[in-house]
Write a protein that binds this ligand. Structure first.
Ligand code: SAH
Length: 356
């Protein structure tokens, strides 16, 4: 198996340790790429350059004299001068990371709030290696182009109060495809573990013996306010923020949020999935003691060309957003940080298609 280091190379199987011999001028890039893949790295050199010494000083690599280490002790040995050598000399050349019997896996990729630029590099890399992509409506759909043209693409959209694929069916698709040996990317909006049902999919896969990897995503809870110029924390204004679901309103028994605690916590409150329930949520917070003139905002379609925001006092924000025609997906932000960078207009209400 011969693969050039540092240029999108893949490794055979699931190696845990690597020895880099004859490190060239780009050795530290090779080392970073190996560390990124979770390997323990040893570099054999009698004259480490400054960057290798730095990595060694931070405990990220072990340095050893050439010829001292037993090559058999390592899963992969990389000759940094040109090529990477795996344990299986007969294995196919680059592009196939799974010589021999293929073992499927599921990669939970958080795709960010929508624009391709907010997908992580690790997410893009996972997509490029996918045999199957199972994606949501709010996933960055432009990212589907990153998957190989022959990859199977399965939409499992959940339209609010509309058509959806039951979670059990999504789990079954993931497990089934991975059992057939496929590398399955589960691509969704934001971060998989923020109201993304990533945990359920993780459990379904691991209990079926399927290995699962998580690529965290940029969550809309932070990114969408940020894209609209609204910080969720601001020094000396708020000590923190809390993210809650508005999927069901505060009067619904399924809603477990203690709104009285939130009203008194002094934290920025970020509400996801709360377009329909925002009037009731705002009213409940005011009833629980949060002043009706607390700055608040709704940001819809964050990061997309159609992004819009409405800023208004808590007591009026739901109505203002409704009147402005803001619909899902939208994030509501309640708290003093909303006004930290954006002083309120004299009439207390602002609307703008994009942050100024
Ligand atoms: N896992 C996602 C959240 C899923 S819940 C994450 O971490 O971002 C779906 C909710 O996310 C939507 O109802 C909306 O509140 C929010 N959302 C996602 N993308 C958005 C966007 N581009 N603009 C505004 N809100 C968005």
């Amino acid at each position: 198996m011969e693969i050039e280091p540092t240029s999108g190379w893949t490794l055979p199987g699931r190696p845990e340790s690597a020895l880099v011999t004859r490190p060239g001028p780009r050795a530290s890039e090779t080392v970073h790429a190996l560390l990124d893949r979770g390997l323990r790295v040893t570099v054999a050199t009698s004259s480490p350059d400054a960057r290798l010494r730095d990595l060694a000083g931070r405990g990220l690599v072990a340095l050893t004299e050439p010829g001292v280490s037993d090559l058999e002790d390592f899963d992969v040995v990389i000759r940094d001068t040109a090529h990477l050598r795996g344990g299986d000399p007969g294995a196919p050349a680059r592009g196939d990371a799974r010589p021999g019997r293929r073992r499927g896996e599921v990669v939970l990729v958080g795709g960010g709030p929508g624009p391709l630029g907010l997908l992580t590099l690790a997410g893009a890399e996972a997509l490029r290696a996918a045999d199957v992509v199972v994606y949501d409506r709010l996933a960055p759909l432009a990212a589907l182009d990153l998957a190989p043209s022959g990859a199977e693409r399965i939409p499992v959209g959940k339209i609010p109060r509309g058509e959806f694929t039951p979670q059990e069916q999504i789990n079954a698709i993931l497990v089934n495809r991975a059992q057939q040996g496929a590398t399955v990317v589960r691509l969704k909006g934001g971060d998989s573990f923020v109201f993304g049902r990533g945990g359920e999919e993780w459990l379904a896969c691991t209990s079926a013996g399927i290995p699962v990897r998580v690529v965290p995503g940029v969550t809309s809870a932070v990114a969408v306010p940020g894209l609209a110029g609204l910080p969720v924390t601001h020094r000396a204004v708020t000590p923190g923020f809390v993210v809650v679901s508005g999927h069901v309103g505060p009067d619904d028994p399924r809603n477990q949020v203690d709104w009285a605690v939130l009203a008194g916590a002094g934290l920025t409150i970020v509400v996801l999935m709360g377009v329909a329930t925002l009037p009731a949520i705002a009213e409940r917070l005011v009833t629980c003691g949060l002043p009706g003139d607390t700055p608040a905002a709704v940001v819809a379609d964050g990061g997309l060309p159609s992004q819009r925001r409405v800023i208004a006092p808590l007591g009026q924000v739901a109505q203002a957003a409704q009147q402005a025609g803001l619909g899902a997906p939208a994030v509501a932000i309640i708290g003093a940080t909303v006004a930290a960078l954006t002083p309120a207009e004299p009439d207390g209400l602002q609307m703008s298609p994009m942050p100024d």
